[in-house]
Design a protein around this ligand. Structure first.
Ligand code: UDP
Length: 246
């Protein structure tokens, strides 16, 4: 086991990976990378590497889960056994069940579920490598996978956390900061509607710190949203180019 660092922010005000308190980890997004899925996306958010695949809308099975007035969104968040330093059992854990639910709930407000009665959309999220903040990175990728599946949406959903490390509010905690830090506040957000669809808190913050953390997380979301939009446009630019070349 690595020894735990005592200080998370050094004298220069920089974090363990050299970031400033309000700095995001590098984010890369790619859309349409799984040909067998109706929609897909891949995200690298710092050291997190996550795939999301969407199937549907299609007839909902088993039929007793169908809803006569809307589409049902099913979501499975899963961590590969090799995604973390200590092997994770491939069986679904309580944490994965919880994250599957919160990710689904965070994405649902963006969809016009009433337009697709009796259908279902299955969303599979595979965490290939984890380093803190996988629920947020999963939401960002999954929302792109849903858009790539051609589902009309009210807005894209983008997620990012802020927390408290060494008594300072900081953006986008990585695993060590998440574990040793005092608090973590994941936020999912619809940038055009200015609406929060997920808000959780782990740890303790004063009301003032909580406000600061939410504001910082939303600023982080807005930056990731620009990368999200660019990733969607890039897919269609490539298709356009291919059509011109044919
Ligand atoms: N983690 C781990 N083993 C596990 C589950 C989680 O090492 O079985 C690590 C992983 O890096 C994850 C981090 O703990 O990203 C924080 O997990 P948390 O439950 O806070 O969710 P997240 O921050 O990933 O949304």
């Amino acid at each position: 086991m690595n020894e735990k660092p005592k200080k998370l922010i050094n004298k220069k005000g920089l974090r363990l990976d050299g970031r400033k308190p309000d700095e995001l980890r590098p984010v890369k997004l790619k859309v349409g990378i799984l040909p067998n899925a109706d929609g897909s996306a891949y995200i690298e958010h710092g050291k997190n590497k996550i795939l999301a695949g969407a199937f549907g809308p299609r007839e909902m099975h088993p039929k007793h889960l169908q809803r006569a007035d809307r589409m049902v969104l099913r979501c499975r968040y899963h961590m590969a056994p090799f995604s973390v330093p200590e092997r994770k059992s491939p069986a679904p854990s309580r944490r994965e069940n919880e994250l599957s639910k919160v990710i689904r709930d965070a994405l649902l407000p963006s969809l016009f579920v009433e337009n697709y009665p009796r259908t279902g959309v299955d969303l599979y999220i595979e965490v290939l490598q984890a380093d803190g903040g996988t629920r947020c990175a999963s939401i960002t990728a999954a929302s792109l996978a849903l858009a790539d599946a051609g589902l009309p949406m009210r807005d894209l959903i983008v997620a990012c956390a802020a927390g408290k490390v060494d008594n300072k509010i900081a953006l986008d905690l990585m695993d060590t900061e998440d574990k040793i830090g005092a608090a973590d506040v994941p936020v999912a957000y619809m940038p055009n509607l200015n609406a929060v669809t997920l808000l959780q808190m782990d740890g303790k913050l004063s009301p003032k710190e909580f406000d600061e953390a939410i504001k910082m997380a939303i600023e982080g979301c807005k930056k990731i949203y620009d990368i999200q939009k660019e990733a969607l446009k890039t897919k269609y630019k490539i298709i356009e180019q291919e059509e011109v070349e044919e």
